[in-house]
Design a protein around this ligand. Structure first.
Ligand SMILES: NC(=O)C1=CN([C@@H]2O[C@H](COP(=O)(O)OP(=O)(O)OC[C@H]3O[C@@H](n4cnc5c(N)ncnc54)[C@H](O)[C@@H]3O)[C@@H](O)[C@H]2O)C=CC1
Ligand SMILES: O=C([O-])CC(=O)C(=O)O
Length: 265
């Protein structure tokens, strides 16, 4: 059996905690270090008694880095790990909307002779979209619809009382790049769809605050030489973070299990 027994998990919030729970009894995958900001180390150590808690990824003795922390963690932890030759699995795909970061990730992975894997996270059909791109895509549209409370603490609050919304309201319309930069905790999927498809600048994105939904609803419409598809995901949010869909956790665990499974799907 292939195993990965020295995993560093970056971030111990809604996704990280749920990933740890699902991996607890997995004989092939073991998280040995959990990385959180220095000020969160004491709380994390209480929540994760079985793993070491650190503020940096150890420079030696780590086989795989898994990021479930947020955009800042890519520059801070993923780039240096790649350059050292450690493969990385990344959930905060929207970070690649920052100018030059995708190129820096590629350069670090080349220098370390390793690979960074971007997980699909809360969205499906990334395989279909990335395959369709090979034949040529004409248009890709992404719409993200979440309850008003999921947009708290974001630019959607500017000039708007989210609690007072009585109908679905478009809070953003533009490119995937702008969406991911403005909504780092809500528009990672916009970046993922665009990186698999037409790119950050040509993918049309609409973000909607909708008091009539209790789910995180993601819609992708794509057209190209392959034909066309429309996908709608109605994701249950995590209780610990209404911005984040539970599917993101399963997507991270699937990515890890596929790295050790004798038959991967
Ligand atoms: N690809 C996708 O479909 C999705 C991706 N995400 C990404 O995952 C991230 C985490 O989501 P949640 O767990 O729901 O957030 P959360 O806020 O519940 O947890 C974030 C955790 O990361 C830690 N953290 C923050 N910055 C850090 C840094 N620089 N270094 C180390 N630890 C750091 C925090 O202390 C906390 O433990 C989001 O910010 C987003 O970027 C979230 C949802 C979907
Ligand atoms: O989890 C979700 O539903 C999607 C999300 O937050 C993101 O795209 O950043």
């Amino acid at each position: 059996m292939t195993t990965i027994t020295r995993i560093a998990l970056i971030g111990c919030g809604a996704i990280g905690t749920a990933v740890l729970e699902l991996l607890r009894d997995d004989p092939a995958l073991r998280v040995t270090v959990v990385v959180v900001p220095a000020e969160g180390m004491a709380a994390a150590q209480k929540a994760v008694p079985d793993a070491e808690v650190a503020s940096m990824v150890p420079v030696a003795g780590i086989d795989l880095v898994v990021e479930t922390a947020g955009h800042a963690a890519i520059e801070e932890h993923v780039l240096p790990a790649l350059a050292r030759g450690t493969p990385c699995v990344v959930a905060s795909v929207g970070a690649l909307s920052a100018a030059g970061l995708a190129e820096k990730l590629e350069a670090a992975a080349i220098a370390g002779r390793t690979q960074v894997q971007l997980i699909p996270g809360a969205i499906g059909a990334i395989d279909a979209l990335a395959a369709a791109r090979i034949g040529g895509l004409d248009s890709v549209r992404y719409t993200g619809r979440k309850p008003p409370k999921a947009w708290k603490g974001t630019p959607a609050e500017q000039g708007r009382d989210l609690d007072a919304l009585t109908e679905a309201t478009v809070i953003f319309e533009g490119s995937a790049r702008e969406a991911a930069l403005l909504y780092p905790k809500n528009a990672n999927v916009a970046a993922t769809v665009s990186l698999a498809g037409l790119g950050l600048d040509k993918t049309l994105v609409r973000l909607i605050a909708d008091p009539a939904t209790a789910e995180n609803v993601h819609t992708v419409e794509a057209e190209g030489a392959f034909g066309s598809f429309e996908l709608t995901m109605r994701n249950k949010p995590l209780a610990a973070n209404p911005k984040t869909s539970a599917l993101t956790v399963y997507s991270a665990v699937r990515a890890l299990r596929n790295r050790v499974a004798p038959l991967a799907i």
